[in-house]
Ligand binder design. Structure first.
Ligand code: ATP
Ligand code: MG
Length: 291
């Protein structure tokens, strides 16, 4: 282990966190990392005020708003003169506590859909509500807090920070959210224990195997106890056993805590994972299995 880059035990990697956080807050980095914060990060009461307001009426209390509601969502990427229509009118709802698998051929818009649901990118047209909040109404700062508090992202390429240990990586979302280091560390360790990685807590990402990195990324997503997990082919590069371990962890969060899950997968066994399989093709929903 390279101790030169190791942070002293029990110490908040404050400067480092802020430096990374500032970097992630730049628009170009938002797509690839959910831990972004920006400077005026004090807007939480507004965010939550709106969310509660959105769910506040007695009628809604008996019929709770879906966790995810997309209405005629389009996404067009422009590259010079060319246009790529990644999503061409997607409407769907996912109830709180559901486990939905998204399938579809390469280029069909699965990752784009997940990025939009997670507020990492904005639609060209259409509305997206998450837990009652209309994402287009949130400011950048509100979106940042929303992502950090509510959503656990598990992407194929982990996005672990190379200079931090596994434990520090997992603690990071808590530290960014203002949790004190002495409280964040035991929670990070508990999350690492859940994924069977406590013994690797001091290893940096380049000292972990691919499967271990992926499990650390899952621990980082779970440590905030998110209401929603968005996972983009989280088992893509893994052997069958490790892949099944990752899936089991996500399923457990769904079964035990009622965490809503949207999982993009190429796995033909997707239908056995959750309540529904939604199939995309050319940017539109072409099939949904019954719940
Ligand atoms: N930032 C971008 N700029 C331009 N085009 C993009 C961008 N991101 C995605 N696309 C295009 O949008 C379409 C949908 O891409 P997306 O990544 O959502 O597909 P996918 O279903 O996740 O595919 P895969 O299974 O290969 O991951 C593709 O044609 C892709 O080339
Ligand atoms: Mg993809």
């Amino acid at each position: 282990m390279n101790t030169a880059t190791q942070l002293p035990a029990g110490q908040v990697p404050g400067k480092q966190v802020r430096r990374f956080a500032d970097r992630w807050a730049r628009p170009g980095h938002l797509r690839t990392h959910h831990l972004a914060v920006s400077k005026g990060d004090r807007s939480l009461p507004i965010v939550y005020g709106r969310m509660h307001e959105a769910r506040g009426s007695s009628e809604r209390a008996t019929t709770p708003a879906p966790m995810i509601a997309l209405s005629d969502v389009h996404k067009v990427f422009r590259q010079g003169e060319a246009e790529v229509r990644a999503l061409a009118g997607v409407s769907l709802e996912v109830a709180a506590g559901e486990f939905v698998a998204i399938r579809g051929p390469s280029g069909s818009g699965k990752s784009t859909l997940l990025h939009l649901i997670g507020g990492l990118d904005v639609p060209s047209a259409g509305d997206i509500r998450i837990d009652g909040a209309l994402l287009s109404r949130l400011t950048d700062d509100e979106l940042t807090v929303f992502r950090r508090r509510k959503i656990g992202f598990v992407f194929q390429f982990f996005n672990l920070l190379p200079t931090l240990s596994a434990e520090e990586n997992v603690a990071l979302p808590l530290l960014l959210d203002g949790v004190r280091a002495r409280d964040a560390r035991p929670r990070a360790l508990a999350a690492l224990e859940q994924v069977g990685l406590a013994h690797r807590r001091r290893h940096r990402p380049d000292e972990l195997s691919g499967g271990e990195m992926q499990r650390a990324a899952v621990a980082r997503a779970l440590v905030i106890e998110p209401r929603l997990i968005l996972a983009d082919e989280p088992t893509g590069n893994l052997d069958t056993t490790t892949g099944e371990q990752i899936l089991a962890l996500i399923r457990r969060a769904n079964a035990e805590r009622g965490c809503t899950v949207v999982l993009v997968t190429h796995d033909p066994r997707a239908a056995t994972y959750g309540t529904r399989v939604i199939t995309l093709n050319d940017g539109v929903v072409v099939g949904t299995t019954a719940a």
